[in-house]
Design a binder for this molecule. Structure first.
Ligand code: AMP
Ligand code: GLY
Length: 422
């Protein structure tokens, strides 16, 4: 089979790496890809948002299956476009993707189908929003309705901060139309966990759990990022939580979406918080997580292409997901200054040394080739990912790998996976 993967991050490098292990696959293309991906796939210079370009390429190259990594093309309806042209593609259609691209829709769905989540209210008018805020207890969570690259959530401690957040979203419109509506919700406390699941619209098969590290600094301090590292399994996610999440969250969500005429085929990512009252949903995403994918897919034994085909054909009930009984840890190396301003184009050293190590891989996120050298080209640059029989050993190995890498002003957290070890 000829495969096209859309995207250019660590998630896509991991997808390409896993797909390359399938005996069903003869050739992989990635649009646009990165320096690491170019060792496993032919990178083509078409942007993830260039729907016409991607469809033309898939037609011309007779691609058998396209896999969409990021949310942007999904939210713009790439799956609907490919379907119309008779091109096989993995991911939810535009209407189903709204579970991620509209928080107003996802909150409505959860409320209607009794899926545990924070209580909330929706506003389009800034004055009404502010009047509501004045009557609430703090902390309070204010969210842009639309896509904001993980930056549209404000946890506010008082009236002044709330006013600032509402001004940014609704007056200054820092995220444009994404802030036309805002969701204001109750602040929840607990450990966060990511559960990714395959669904063909009827059957739901959860993957192994993982925990992301969203904040930039050690001990979960500082601003949110796309994710600074992850590990799997998560020891405090027990059998009871697993069963509750499947029966009370994942299944009712997929069934609810079907009832709303939005059959969901793809990966459903539930961002959960384990509260005293049980697991609740913080958000849904319509795709694989990044960096969660880096720690989940190395544990998968089942052929990923077989799973993708079963999802598309509505045969997921025939698949039995098999997992390795090991642990995986991914430490993200970022450009100094991320998630704020940072410099690109720094030459990355040490990748060859890392290649000589066993049970470890550098998944590339923001890298590109320049004069035959690998240079940084984004905020998150590499995800050093190691596996072993325990989380502790996988963490030690991942940091051993991190030590081999060098580029100017590189930054990484020192405490990835510690919560999984205690
Ligand atoms: P989201 O993009 O909705 O997942 O929000 C990003 C981050 O904001 C989450 O990972 C949480 O750390 C935090 N967050 C979002 N909603 C809430 C909430 N209701 N209570 C506490 N923290 C939240
Ligand atoms: N790791 C968070 C996300 O993929 O949205």
């Amino acid at each position: 089979m000829k495969i096209l993967v859309i995207g250019s991050g660590g998630r896509e490098h991991t997808l390409v790496w896993k797909i390359s292990q399938s005996p069903k696959v003869s050739k992989i293309f990635c649009a646009p890809g990165n320096a690491g991906i170019s060792h496993l796939a032919q990178c083509v210079d078409i942007g993830e948002d260039n729907m016409v370009g991607l469809a033309n390429f898939a037609q011309k190259m007779k691609i058998d299956l396209t896999i969409v990594g990021p949310e942007l093309p999904l939210s713009r309806g790439i799956v609907d476009e490919f379907d119309k042209l008779g091109l096989k593609i993995f991911g939810p259609n535009q209407k189903a993707t709204q579970i991620e691209s509209s928080k107003v829709f996802s909150k409505y769905l959860m409320k209607k189908y009794n899926i545990p989540s924070a209580s909330y209210a929706v506003f389009q008018d800034i004055k009404q929003a502010f009047d509501y805020v004045k009557q609430q207890a703090f902390p309070l969570v204010i969210k842009a309705d639309g896509l904001a690259a993980g930056k549209g959530v404000f946890i506010v401690q008082g009236i002044k901060q709330a006013q600032e957040a509402l001004d940014s979203l609704m007056k200054k419109k820092i995220f444009g139309d994404a802030g036309e509506y805002v969701v204001i919700e109750e602040f929840l406390e607990g450990e966060e966990i990511s559960i990714l699941a395959f669904s063909d619209g009827k059957t739901v098969l959860p993957m192994v759990p993982s925990q992301d590290h969203k904040k930039i600094f050690n001990q979960d301090k500082g601003p949110n990022t796309g994710g600074m590292g992850a590990y799997s399994p998560v020891p405090f996610y027990n059998d009871l939580s697993r069963e509750t999440v499947l029966q009370k969250i994942l299944k009712p969500t997929i069934e609810g979406l079907k009832k709303e005429g939005r059959e969901y085929k793809g990966v459903l990512y539930a961002g959960l918080i384990l509260t005293k009252e049980g697991p609740k949903v913080l958000e849904f995403n319509a795709r694989f997580g990044d960096p969660e994918t880096q720690v989940v897919l190395p544990r998968l034994e089942t052929d990923l292409i077989e799973i993708f085909n079963a999802v598309i054909e509505g045969n997921l009930h025939k698949i039995n997901l098999k997992w390795k009984d090991n642990a995986v840890v991914c430490v993200v190396i970022a450009s100094g200054g991320y998630p704020g301003k940072y410099q690109k184009g720094k030459v990355i050293g040490g990748l060859k040394n890392l290649e000589e190590m066993k049970d470890i891989i550098a998944f590339h996120a923001g890298t590109k080739l320049q004069d035959e050298k690998v240079v940084s080209s984004g905020g998150r640059v590499l995800g050093i990912t190691a596996w072993a029989d325990t989380i502790f050993k996988a963490k030690e190995k991942a940091y051993e790998g991190v030590e081999k890498i060098y580029f100017e002003e590189m930054y990484y957290r020192k405490d990835i996976a510690l919560k999984g070890i205690k």
